[in-house]
Design a protein around this ligand. Structure first.
Ligand code: ATP
Length: 686
């Protein structure tokens, strides 16, 4: 084992930085004197990263920024933090933190690593995700989302508790990661002792190194090659006309013909997952197969309540094969231990900012080659595996090599507001790995101004902008929640904000008889203004807590549990903000105040009925259609003006935007100047 201060490890062909062996030691051995016992994992040597332990520790001793490039499953997320602890980087009460794009990965990685380390150290491995943490001052290894680490800089600008920040899955290039890269570079100027490790799949390593390079420290790339177990990848010979049916049939074929081993299926949306599970159940009745083995079908997507997200990680009962239908939530850093088969539909749902329409659109698009590789990498982690790609090899070659960085394609309002809350007024001068989309940037500044978060000069408006920046929700919802306090409708606004985080609180009808029953049941609960007051109505009584009540009224009990969980978390945040009192309306007569708060946040998302019977957005004059999934479409009263939460592309009419989360409003509410009082100064109707 190499220890800081000892002679250099022999030069490895995988250690690619020229600077590595020529640079001088920056720390002496006595600063890292106590070496903790190595991992107690039954067979840690089996992981490819094990052979690079010395090089990694040596590289980090000599280079403030190290880029680690490794194949999926090589051990980056689980082993590297343990090496850092044994290398002494958590001495003197320092912590090592590892960021992940998604909360599920933080939770499962912390659980895995605490099971690998010696028992005495298990409690020193924890995770922190939005509103939930298992860490304290004794923590040595902390897994947290990139978004949460960005938020930590709001209260601890130099991230002083960390000796090493590991940014994992950096190839994803989500907005928070890009923000973190810029912030870490800035922090390193004031805290040069801070070490940064960037873990990435095989692409873009050089650009990460260059971004952090200084004349004294050009940085270093360590490559870890070889996956743990082989994965055979199979393609279709002809394109698949229906990926849902293709996925369902492939799952059943695997179940009928392959030996034991769980299946992980990647689909783009939660709706697709639910439909595909239903389809697989139906097809299974016709062709049981499985050689006496049971097949258990599980969903895995972000909007599910916590206990349902952990179900795929639990051991299957004897003689049962699990098939988990997942979104990108399971694409990186996640090990579903018994998965030997991956089925990849080849699609992903992602936000894109459409500058011609002035809206962010959620589009289902082809995935990239790098994310297809990540998906494949979910097999072969504990045994050899197989990956069934539901597309041809030519189609794979037509995929983009990597997903374009989020900063170049999505709305930037939250990003800009966070930077301004951190004191970066001139966002364009902030050092970023990729230039942001100019159109999205202009739109974001306009939106933040209209919401009263920034003034005409782009400066944060004290008491509004800074507060909005601290809210753990999207800016529009933050504005709605803040406005609800003075309007006295916070309880209801919290219900709306929480409901927006789940797919739907209603169940779909599967037959025409069910549709009749559903319409009758929902008709009794629905509010004729649309989705928002309907969700307020559902949550106003506690009836939904009964599973029987939910079943009879076509309510999604699981989704409502998740809503209640999020609402409580948001409420705690609001209580802190309002020093303990939250005014709620609670009476039907005051529903108007709830919608007024909503319009304050969604002032850019207002549409007006035109003489031709179409709704057109007030800002941008785009024709939009109310989504059929909206309560407003099914049960709404006629309204000249509507407000909506977001847009989606109509899957049946290309280019036509559907609006989702819709309520009828009074046009005058949106006509008033936005922002607190007259501040903000933008009237969207002018
Ligand atoms: N929960 C788990 N149960 C069983 N084995 C696990 C678990 N978590 C990790 N492993 C084992 O450790 C290996 C390394 O996992 P790790 O997450 O560190 O890889 P990685 O290099 O970060 O890959 P990726 O970026 O694809 O997640 C896995 O391939 C698997 O063999």
């Amino acid at each position: 084992m190499w220890r800081p201060g000892e002679a250099a490890p022999s030069r490895s062909s995988t250690l690619t930085a020229d600077s590595l062996l020529s640079s001088s030691l920056t720390s002496s051995s006595d600063t890292h004197a106590t070496i903790l016992p190595p991992s107690q994992h039954p067979n840690p040597n089996a992981l490819p990263i094990q052979a690079h332990r010395k090089q990694l520790l040596y590289a980090l001793e000599h280079n403030p920024v190290v880029v680690v490039v490794g194949e999926t499953g090589s051990g980056k997320s689980t082993q590297l933090p343990q090496y850092l602890v044994s290398g002494g980087w958590t001495e003197n009460n320092f912590q090592v933190c590892v960021t992940q794009p998604r909360r599920l990965a933080c939770v499962t990685l912390a659980q895995r690593v605490s099971s690998e380390v010696p028992r005495s150290m298990a409690s020193q491995v924890g995770y922190a995700v939005r509103f939930e943490a298992t860490t304290d001052s004794s923590t040595k290894i902390k897994y947290l989302t990139d978004g949460l680490l960005v938020r930590e800089t709001l209260t601890d600008a130099l991230l002083a508790q960390y000796s090493v920040v590991v940014v994992d899955e950096a190839h994803e290039r989500n907005l928070n990661q890009d923000l973190l890269f810029g912030l870490l570079k800035k922090i390193r100027k004031q805290r040069p002792e801070l070490r940064v490790v960037i873990c990435s799949a095989t692409i873009n390593a050089e650009s990460f190194r260059e971004f952090f390079a200084t004349p004294e420290h050009p940085g270093c790339i360590v490559s870890i090659d070889g996956r743990q177990h082989p994965v055979e990848t199979m393609y279709l010979t002809t394109p698949c006309p229906d990926y849902l049916r293709g996925a369902a049939e492939t799952v059943l074929k695997i179940h009928a013909s392959e030996p034991s081993g769980d299946i992980l299926i990647f689909l783009p949306t939660a709706e697709d997952i639910e439909s595909c599970i239903r389809m697989t159940e139906e097809l299974k009745k016709a062709t049981p197969g499985g050689r006496g083995m049971q097949l258990s079908l599980l969903p895995l997507y972000a909007a599910l309540p916590h206990h349902m997200q952990t179900a795929p990680f639990q051991k299957s009962p004897p003689n049962t094969r699990k098939a988990t239908f997942a979104t990108t939530i399971a694409e990186t850093s996640v090990t579903l231990p018994d998965v030997k088969f991956v089925v990849d539909a080849g699609f992903v749902k992602q936000p894109y900012f459409d500058s011609t329409k002035g809206f962010e659109r959620l589009l289902v698009t082809a995935t990239s080659q790098s994310s297809a590789r990540q998906r494949t990498g979910r097999a072969g982690r504990t045994a050899p595996g197989k990956c069934y790609r539901l597309y041809t090899h030519d189609t794979f070659n037509s995929f983009l090599p990597s997903t374009p960085p989020e900063i170049t394609r999505t709305s930037l309002s939250n990003f800009v507001l966070t930077l301004k809350t951190l004191g970066v007024d001139n966002v364009m001068s902030f050092d970023l790995l990729s230039a942001p989309s100019v159109n999205a940037m202009a739109f974001s500044l306009e939106e933040l101004h209209a919401l009263g978060a920034i003034d005409e000069k782009g400066k944060l408006v004290p008491g509004v902008g800074d507060l909005m920046g601290e809210f753990p929700v999207e800016v529009k919802f933050a504005k709605m929640l803040i406005e609800s306090v003075s309007l006295g409708s916070t309880e209801e606004a919290l219900s709306i904000a929480a409901c927006s985080q789940v797919q739907s609180i209603f169940l779909f009808a599967r037959s025409s008889t069910q549709k009749r029953d559903r319409d009758a049941a929902i008709g009794a609960i629905v509010h004729d203004s649309g989705d928002h007051l309907t969700c307020v109505n559902v949550l106003r009584s506690n009836d939904w807590r009964s599973m029987d009540y939910c079943r009879e009224n076509f309510l999604n009990h699981k989704a409502l549990m998740k809503v209640a969980e999020i609402k409580n978390q948001l409420k705690r945040f609001m209580l802190k903000m309002t020093a303990g009192s939250l005014p709620g309306v609670g009476e039907d007569g005051d529903d108007e105040l709830v919608l007024k708060a909503l319009v304050k946040g969604f002032v850019f998302n207002v549409a007006r009925m035109m003489p031709d019977g179409n709704y057109r957005t007030v800002r941008g004059n785009n024709v939009v259609e109310v989504s059929r999934a909206s309560m407003f479409a099914e049960f709404g009263k006629h309204a000249e003006y509507i407000v909506f939460e977001h847009t989606e592309d109509n899957p049946r009419k290309y280019g036509l935007l559907q609006v989702c989360g819709v309520s009828a409003i009074n046009g005058n509410w949106a006509r008033s100047k936005s922002g607190e009082g007259e501040r903000g100064g933008v009237s969207v109707f002018m």
